[in-house]
Design a protein around this ligand. Sequence first.
Ligand SMILES: [Zn+2]
Length: 272
Amino acid sequence: MKNIMSVDLEDYYCDLPFSEWPKYESRIMRNTEMILDLFEKYDVKATFFVLGYIAEKFPDLVKKISELGHEIASHSYAHIDLRKVSKEQFEEDFLKSINILEKITGKKVEGFRAPFFSINKSNYWVFEILSKKISYDSSIFPVRTQLYGIPNAPRFVYKPSLKNIVNEDVKGEFIEIPMATHRIPVIGNIPIAGGFYLRFFPYWYMKLGIKKMNKQGNPAMIYIHPKDLDPEMPRIKEYNWYYYYNLKSAFKKFEKLLQDFKFGTVKDVLVI
Ligand SMILES: [Zn+2]
């Protein structure tokens, strides 16, 4: 069974406020080339959720990713936290990002991922704006963490009701692809989808979770940031320990994942 590989294409400083970004030196070219080489080696195609800002600065990189057969989707323009903006601010940022991406690739953008997985009860309206322009979202993490998560959301690909996205609307057309989780009775859903969790958990745990999902007929949605694989990521004082945890072992674990499972883009796996 094919699982879904995704890359949130942003630089290591993009979790800081937008005004701070120019202070930092980019590492996106080097880190993305490394990921593209790995994908080529293991015959992986991925969906890249690209920041509009990064596409504007590195159009050739985004063009190259698209020409290699990967899918380009949106990760907003300025890495905004959707819990802190108005509907109008979000819509403006979102449209700006898809215009930039479509101009570079000449292909229609079909998907979106919210920065910081920042969807919660307060902003379900995001889905109404998205559904006017694109066909899927992949921002829901059905877990309970201090930073994000909608623990009662469905764990597998579903069609959300646009009014209340934790409910299914079987007649709906818009699709949600939640991050991969491992369900443990009584305890709840444990995140295994990649990023920090790839660095934090032993590899066998992630493998077990994906195998369990596949056994039940569900593809796992996995994500990685270029910075997750960069042990030389510069220190940023505003960043917590989890930005730097186990960066050294991440590359090996990620490579193992690509060896053990088959991966495609959202469009490959779901026929959108
Ligand atoms: Zn991001």
